[in-house]
Design a protein around this ligand. Structure first.
Ligand SMILES: [Fe+2]
Ligand SMILES: [Fe+2]
Length: 198
């Protein structure tokens, strides 16, 4: 399965599960050294995936939503703003000691921003794309989305700085995508034949 909307859903489910694992740890063992190591073991991949997921959507999904979606501008503006809120929480957590009160507060901010955003993204951008994007495009983008995580196993290699939502929409509205097969002339219009079978 490589439909990009399915892959995004899978990540969203995983995020929810990992925050729930942190709830268990919070109840039992946050003060010992072993407890802190356990928190780090759950948080490290979660923080990485939250940031890489947002950037992957910005590089691969939202440019295509802007291209083929129905009235996608407001949904995209909201999404980029939400991604900034998630990034802020993750960044704050990265700057303090794991397991400290400040860390939990930052993790909670990232979780709240992510929960709110996830529901909205599923209801808006993803639903829009399912209605409007041909299956060949969804599959081709899914393969690129999966490959992106292989290329970026951690947040260290992606740009985690906040983006201006309006600048983002303006920059991506007419260009489709920053790189990749979607920029071919065939994909510039709605003829996405070149994407099929990739
Ligand atoms: Fe997402
Ligand atoms: Fe998102």
């Amino acid at each position: 399965m490589s439909d990009i909307t399915d892959l995004i859903f899978e990540d969203h489910t995983w995020f929810r599960e990992q925050f729930a694992v942190l709830d268990d740890l919070r109840a039992t063992r946050t003060t010992t050294q072993a407890g802190t190591a356990e928190l780090e073991r759950v948080w490290r991949p979660l923080a990485d995936r939250l940031d890489v997921h947002a950037v992957a959507e910005e590089e691969i999904f939202y440019p295509q939503l802007l291209r083929v979606g129905e009235d996608p501008e407001d949904e995209t503006l909201d999404a980029i703003g939400d991604h900034n809120d998630i990034r802020d929480g993750v960044r704050d957590a990265e700057n303090v000691d794991v397991g400290s009160d400040e860390w939990w507060a930052a993790v909670d901010r990232a979780r709240l921003a992510n929960d709110e955003h996830r529901a909205e993204e599923e209801r808006e951008g993803l639903a829009n794309f399912r209605r409007t994007a041909p299956s060949g495009l969804r599959e081709a983008l899914g393969r690129r989305f999966a490959a992106y995580f292989a290329e970026h196993p951690s947040r260290a290699t992606v740009d985690t700085s906040d983006k201006d939502p309006e600048e983002y929409v303006e920059a991506n509205e007419d260009t489709g995508s920053s790189a990749g097969p979607e920029r071919t002339p065939e994909a510039g219009g709605l003829g996405i034949g070149s994407l099929k079978g990739q």
